[in-house]
Write a protein that binds this ligand. Structure first.
Ligand code: SF4
Length: 375
């Protein structure tokens, strides 16, 4: 389906970017930030499509929808991140599960994802100075001293791989000094935005010797170019365990064919995909969300048309009661547009994304390189 007359051309996109700048200052959203490495791919996509509505562009630049569409039930913090920050810490530790803690050593990312669900936290620069980093590591150490039920520390962000090798070394030293921590995990999007930040020899050595599990956030098959493949091979050769997780995003990857192509490519690269996340109903998330009934249809097609090493990936939603799956739906009231999920005796109401706003991605645009086999 081609509708060139209504597509956003690069000239119109400049106006969208300017309007977004006004919105993002007012609403404390993250500014547009795109690494040189990723911009090359975005520019190739614009050249091929002749407009700016391709999947890679949508990841990092705003759209008309982002400026104009809001969905009912949007909130600043659906998962209660702020409620789960321990007292006496300054927003860099989240304790939501008994046995693991989330530590955010930096608020810096290589590029800014438009769909980021932690915009409100990240838009408050906290750890940009060295003294703040030291303070943050001391808080981590103090917290681990007192909270001995924790078995895993998950570094997230911001992007922890933007830290220097000495900073990472300091964090690992602090964690390793706490014998009750058995596992360190790092979540990173740098593999897509600038893989050189990971394959620095010193960082690879540190990750390997600390036994880190590296979880990439690769979201679309076209993020995985030859340079990214080479970086992944190098990371795996260093003996580092690699995983992936990503969100399902409307008009970026919201079709079972895109998801299958992505999951199969990850599998060929030796990367196990852990989860596909359903975007939370946070403020200004409407351009990326999809209706629950349509989501269930996509999940079913993935189950029907792929082998178990592909369809074993979990579709999950992060909520204030923890991660929930389709099997945890207790009630789905189509008229009210609300689904209730239960987890471990706790329930949470999820305001579904309205079907009338749910314009699905066009497969020819999402897979603009062609060779699409529809199953
Ligand atoms: S890399 Fe992660 S933390 Fe940074 S903007 Fe993207 S989603 Fe948000």
């Amino acid at each position: 389906m081609k509708r060139p007359s209504v597509r956003t051309n690069p000239q119109r996109q400049r106006m969208v970017n300017e309007q977004f700048e006004i919105l993002r200052v007012r609403e404390r959203l993250l500014p547009i930030k795109v690494s040189t490495f990723f911009k090359r791919k975005v520019d190739e996509e614009i050249e091929q499509l002749g407009h700016t509505e391709g999947p890679l562009h949508r990841m990092v630049y705003p759209t008309n929808e982002r400026l104009n569409i809001r969905a009912p039930g949007e909130v600043p913090d659906f998962v209660d991140d702020r409620v789960n920050m321990p007292p006496d810490t300054t927003g860099n530790i989240i304790q939501k599960y008994r046995d693991r803690i989330l530590y955010m050593p930096t608020s810096t990312c290589v590029s800014h994802c438009q769909y980021c669900f932690r915009q409100d936290v990240l838009s408050e620069p906290q750890h940009s100075q060295r003294s703040m980093f030291i303070d943050s590591v001391e808080q981590l150490s103090g917290y681990l001293d007192t909270y001995t039920d924790a078995e895993e520390v998950i570094l997230s962000g911001g992007d922890p791989m933007t830290l220097t090798a000495p900073s990472l070394a300091k964090i690992f030293e602090v964690i390793k000094a706490h014998r009750h921590i058995r596992s360190i995990r790092i979540h990173t999007k740098a593999i897509s935005y600038n893989p050189q930040l990971i394959i620095d020899e010193r960082k690879l050595g540190l990750l390997s010797s600390a036994g880190v599990r590296l979880v990439f956030h690769l979201t679309h098959p076209y993020e995985i170019c030859d340079e990214v493949k080479e970086a992944i091979a190098k990371i795996r050769q260093a003996g580092i365990r690699c995983y992936n997780q990503f969100p399902i995003l409307r008009q970026i990857n919201d079709h079972h064919v895109v998801l299958l192509q992505h999951l199969e490519q990850l599998d060929q690269l030796g990367i196990r995909n852990l989860s596909i996340f359903v975007p939370d109903p946070i403020n200004f998330s409407a351009p990326f969300r999809i209706n629950l009934a349509r989501l269930i249809g996509i999940i079913e097609r993935i189950n029907w048309f792929s082998p178990s090493w592909i369809n074993s990936t979990r579709f999950v939603m992060d909520t204030r009661v923890g991660k929930v799956r389709r099997e945890d739906i207790n009630e789905y009231n189509l008229d009210a547009g609300v689904a209730t999920f239960n987890r471990d005796g706790n329930s949470v109401a999820y305001p579904d994304f309205p079907a009338e706003l749910d314009v699905p991605g066009n497969l020819e645009i999402m897979l603009w390189r062609g060779n699409v086999t529809i199953v």
